[in-house]
Design a protein around this ligand. Structure first.
Ligand SMILES: O=C(O)CC1=CCC(=O)O1
Length: 96
């Protein structure tokens, strides 16, 4: 199942720079591993915002929740999820 996910990140102003840098690095490592495995299909920065739009390819909504809720930045993100299904006019065979 494909899901469109928007993540808005808001780190506390009083978070130490070193803590923030470490969290971002661990998040990056996890995100890149999930991209390599094909689970995190797309990752886009929303221009001008500390936010991203992503496409996840997971078995079901439980897997998506497990994945999102264990991201290192999860406590600092507002997340919006949209389930996707194939558009009848799509020419992309992997849109499912
Ligand atoms: O910077 C973000 O948008 C949050 C994030 C998701 C994956 C990652 O590496 O950073």
């Amino acid at each position: 199942m494909l899901f469109h996910v928007r993540m808005d990140v808001k780190l506390p102003h009083d978070m130490a720079d070193s803590v923030a840098a470490n969290l971002k690095q661990v998040e990056k490592d996890k995100a890149q591993a999930l991209q390599r495995s094909g689970t995190w299909r797309h990752l886009w920065r929303i221009a001008g915002q500390y936010a991203n739009v992503s496409i996840f390819d997971v078995a079901d909504v439980e897997e998506l929740h497990q994945l999102l809720s264990t991201l290192p930045l999860f406590p600092y993100m507002t997340i919006q999820v949209m389930p996707l299904c194939r558009h009848p006019s799509s020419i992309h065979d992997d849109d499912r």
